[in-house]
Design a protein around this ligand. Structure first.
Ligand code: ATP
Ligand code: MG
Length: 445
């Protein structure tokens, strides 16, 4: 993409409505525009990152054997009356009626609808296990929408639902989700710590939330500092293996890590003092096992081996896809702007032309641009007729992890400059070597 042909409405001034850095930077970098309280338009660069995050979620869900569907955003109230949640959900549910006076609502989550799909089409234990998921817009009429996309009213969420014959099988599905979530967040450059949590209106006993540590997080968290040493890395886990998934769960959840809802001060104090941490975190996901709560209420049964009708065991699992943009920026920025992890960056590499209109500099930039594209990468070429300082400031603000700077002086010596956004370090390289290095970095992600 050439900047002169793109739509990147960056702001020079700090927007006064933003209280936290991620919200401020998303507005300044022209990623989102607020349309109502907690409701945003996604401008091109914000939308691009949203899509990257969504793709990682899809890829990791598929890897775990889960199957994508899409359910409607506007749902009838009847299913929700069956489960009893039409009344229980309260004011967070946005309700409306259609022209025939039928009660409708904007989906805040989809346990009822997915259970309805299941009961209509699945009758036998032979069709289990089954996990269906979607990535879809949700609406919750939050009492205090704030912090930009972090606590919106309209937000984008991955919600997945497992259907299993036995509790044991459903707990394997729970563990499998935990493993796949660890992998999902790490691909986005994030450390998200599973913490024992409270189940809230979804119901059920087993639940973990995934939290990204950040001063601006809304949850208070208590943990053993040793949990931050754990990384999932590139382990090759067989998602069908009960033992392997169980082992990962134990490794990642046996150390003390809880939100304030489940915090146990006495237990926490058993830890050596120097390992006790009290901090704040951003909830980027949650997994639940809730047994037969919805299948009992809605008659989702299958016949088992003995031809007996039994209710299925279920769980639900959510990832805050749009919230993740905020969480990633909270975890990865500096005074100058965003620092995108390579896994989610909107463009792989910036190209800054220090002297637009200079024949040699222009030609060198075009060659770099073509070479990066030929290697399957997306460069963003700042081809504006602007001074170098302004170009650098824009690149730093929008946070592309790598930048190649091209100027007549360097070209005389046959070099361009490759700069790492995170470390700020630069090196002079022949243009082909700079391209090769960037290509190599992304090839090894
Ligand atoms: P919270 O406690 O933050 O209100 P929740 O526990 O009600 O969230 P879940 O039902 O677990 O949310 O939804 C799954 C994920 O969706 C959450 O982990 C979070 O990342 C995201 N999410 C929930 N509410 C919002 C919101 N208002 N804006 C953006 N993302 C949200
Ligand atoms: Mg939650």
């Amino acid at each position: 993409m050439r900047l002169t042909r793109y739509f990147l409405p960056v702001l020079k001034e700090n927007p006064s409505e933003a209280q936290i850095v991620s919200h401020r930077l998303m507005l300044r970098a022209g990623m989102i525009k607020q349309q109502s309280a907690g409701i945003y338009s996604w401008l091109p660069m914000g939308f691009k990152v949203l899509r990257k995050i969504e793709n990682i979620v899809h890829e990791e869900q598929e890897r775990a054997g889960h199957i994508a569907i899409q359910m409607p955003i506007i749902q009838g109230a009847d299913l929700w009356r069956e489960s009893g949640r039409y009344d229980d959900y309260g004011e967070e549910m946005l309700r409306m009626s259609d022209r025939h006076g039928r009660d409708m609502l904007f989906t805040p989550t989809a346990e009822e609808m997915v259970t309805d799909i299941f009961r209509a089409h699945v009758n036998s234990y032979k069709d289990l296990p089954l996990t269906l998921y979607q990535i879809q817009w949700k609406f919750r009429d939050e009492i205090r929408p704030r912090f930009g996309v972090m606590r919106g009213r309209e937000f984008y969420m991955k919600d997945g639902y497992n259907f299993d014959l036995t509790k044991e099988d459903a707990l394997h599905a729970y563990n499998r989700h935990l493993v796949s979530y660890l992998r999902t967040y790490e691909r986005m450059g994030l450390q998200a710590i599973p913490m024992r949590a409270d189940s809230g209106p979804i119901g059920g006993d087993d639940t973990h939330e995934f939290l990204v540590l950040a001063e601006t997080g809304e949850s208070e968290v208590f943990y053993d500092s040793a949990v931050t040493d754990l990384t999932f890395g590139d382990r090759d886990i067989d998602y069908d293996s009960v033992e392997q998934c169980q082992a990962v769960l134990e490794e990642f959840t046996s150390k003390y890590a809880r939100t304030d809802e489940t915090h146990d001060e006495a237990k926490f104090n058993e830890l050596p003092k120097e390992r006790r941490r009290v901090a704040r975190g951003i909830e980027v996901g949650q997994i639940f096992y809730f047994g037969t709560k919805y299948s009992d209420a809605m008659g989702a049964t299958v016949v088992d081996k003995d031809q007996k009708q039994v209710p299925v065991h279920m769980g639900s699992h959510g990832i805050g896809v749009s919230r993740l943009l905020g969480a990633i920026i909270e975890a990865s920025h500096d005074d100058k702007g965003i620092i995108w992890p390579e896994g989610v960056t909107p463009f792989h590499c910036g190209i800054v032309n220090l002297k637009q209109g200079d024949e040699e500099a222009d030609a060198a930039c075009e060659t770099l641009y073509a070479a990066l594209e030929a290697a399957g990468l997306e460069p963003l070429y700042d081809d504006r007729n602007e001074r170098a300082g302004g170009k650098f400031a824009t690149m730093d603000l929008i946070g592309l992890p790598w930048r190649i700077t091209v100027g007549p002086r360097g070209l005389k010596n046959g070099v361009v400059e490759l700069t790492c956004r995170r470390s700020g370090e630069s090196e002079e390289l022949a243009p082909e070597a700079a391209v090769a290095k960037v290509v190599d970095i992304y090839a090894n992600l």
